[in-house]
Design a protein around this ligand. Structure first.
Ligand code: SAH
Ligand code: SF4
Length: 364
């Protein structure tokens, strides 16, 4: 059987090489070729003996998911759509800023958690992405973005905030994270790799032990009644338990705060009273807030909060001493904004029965 070497983290690759009777340093060399230099052709791995290259060619491939579309927005945001088989596609977004370049990566085709305001959730769940499909997004984006003439990293940050819930695809996500951090692969700092979760409490505890990186938590509501509606997983892991998990996570996290994401929904969760309730709910958790203006998609019942409302909401948090940023909506001309990642996914859960997807993708 042919194996895809992009499915292995460093330990997995060493183990596979050992099974082939090859030394660990050979695995490291191949890891570097694949991930540091973006090489998929064994024959181009010039410091590997011909006999080993022939063996690799017979037994293995380096196969990232294929790019099916690649679009650049007016603001420089670039969106890649990847084929992940079976008629499914997932999206990856590159967001250039003055001091960094952030790649927003997907971890599942669809998502089972069905948050009320999320187009991925509305597509239902299809399947977990493989390690090769997760790390392959970074592999392909690196290649497409090309080398920086000054030798600086083009992709300096990765956020797992694309389609899917990373902690619901735990093992593959952790292997991909390890590759992102590995000096023989992408060598990113733990502080510059962020997992975003809707609050899977047991998996947050596991992540803290397995591979602590920066953490963002999608909070979106200040009390359980509202959060139960907006983020249904709250019924299983309510806010008090989630806050306790955040505090435990911070014991081992590379940063000393959690980022709470909060989508601003007009008239739903955006009043002064909600902001004050939020301060009480998050008391005792070192945190920052990132307010996300809601990005509408066809069929969604919500409206984006007015800018003045967002400003006032942020002010209440700031006056209480919590650093609060408001996410600029970027890439919305190419449907690359948060929650608009509407790649084509076959809905195995039939959540969308009677509706047609893709929502927006085919318009371009
Ligand atoms: N499943 C993970 C990560 C992917 S979603 C999570 O929920 O955290 C990434 C972020 O985009 C989350 O904070 C999510 O709540 C937000 N988001 C989803 N739909 C959105 C929309 N329509 N407008 C703005 N943000 C949205
Ligand atoms: Fe899934 Fe995150 Fe969307 Fe909720 S917001 S449905 S957890 S991708």
């Amino acid at each position: 059987m042919t194996v895809n070497l992009l499915d292995f983290d460093a330990d997995g690759l060493s183990a596979w090489f050992a099974e082939q009777g090859e030394k660990p340093f050979r695995a490291r060399q191949v890891l570097r070729w694949m991930h540091r230099f973006g090489e998929a052709d064994f024959d181009a791995m010039t410091d590997i003996a011909k006999s080993l290259r022939d063996k690799l060619k017979a037994k293995a491939v380096v196969a990232p998911p294929a790019v099916v579309s690649d679009k650049v927005s007016g603001d420089g945001t670039r969106k890649f759509l990847f084929d992940v088989g079976g008629g499914n596609a997932v999206e990856t977004v590159f967001i250039p800023e003055d001091d960094r370049g952030t790649l927003c990566v997907s971890t599942q085709a669809g998502c089972a958690l069905d948050c009320a305001f999320c187009s991925t959730g509305k597509q239902g769940f299809n399947r977990n992405l493989t390690v090769a499909e997760i790390i392959g997004q970074l592999w392909q984006a690196n290649r497409a973005l090309g080398a920086d003439p000054k030798g600086e990293r083009i992709i300096s940050n990765v956020v797992l905030m694309g389609m899917g819930e990373p902690l619901a695809n735990f093992d593959n996500t952790v292997k991909a994270l390890r590759l992102m951090l590995d000096d023989n692969a992408y060598g990113l700092s733990r502080r510059r790799v962020t997992v975003s979760t809707s609050g899977l409490v047991p998996a947050m505890d596991q992540l803290r032990e397995a591979c602590p990186v920066a953490l963002a938590v999608s909070l979106h509501a200040p009390n359980d009644k509202l959060r139960d509606e907006l983020v249904p997983i709250n019924k299983k892991y309510p806010i008090a338990e989630l806050m306790a998990a955040c505090r435990r996570y911070l014991e081992k996290a590379p940063r000393d705060f959690v980022t709470f994401e909060y989508v601003m929904l007009d008239g739903i969760n955006d009043t002064d009273a909600h902001a004050r309730e939020l301060l009480a709910a998050t008391r005792g958790v070192p945190c920052k807030f990132n307010l996300i203006p809601f990005n509408p998609f066809p069929g969604s019942p919500f409206r984006r909060s007015q800018p003045e409302r967002v400003r006032r909401f942020a002010e209440i948090l700031m006056v209480a001493g919590i650093i609060t940023t408001t996410r600029k909506t970027r890439g919305d001309d190419i449907d690359a904004a948060c929650g608009q990642l509407a790649g084509q996914v076959q809905d195995k859960t039939r959540r969308t029965a009677g509706r047609t997807f893709p929502l927006q993708e085919v318009r371009h």
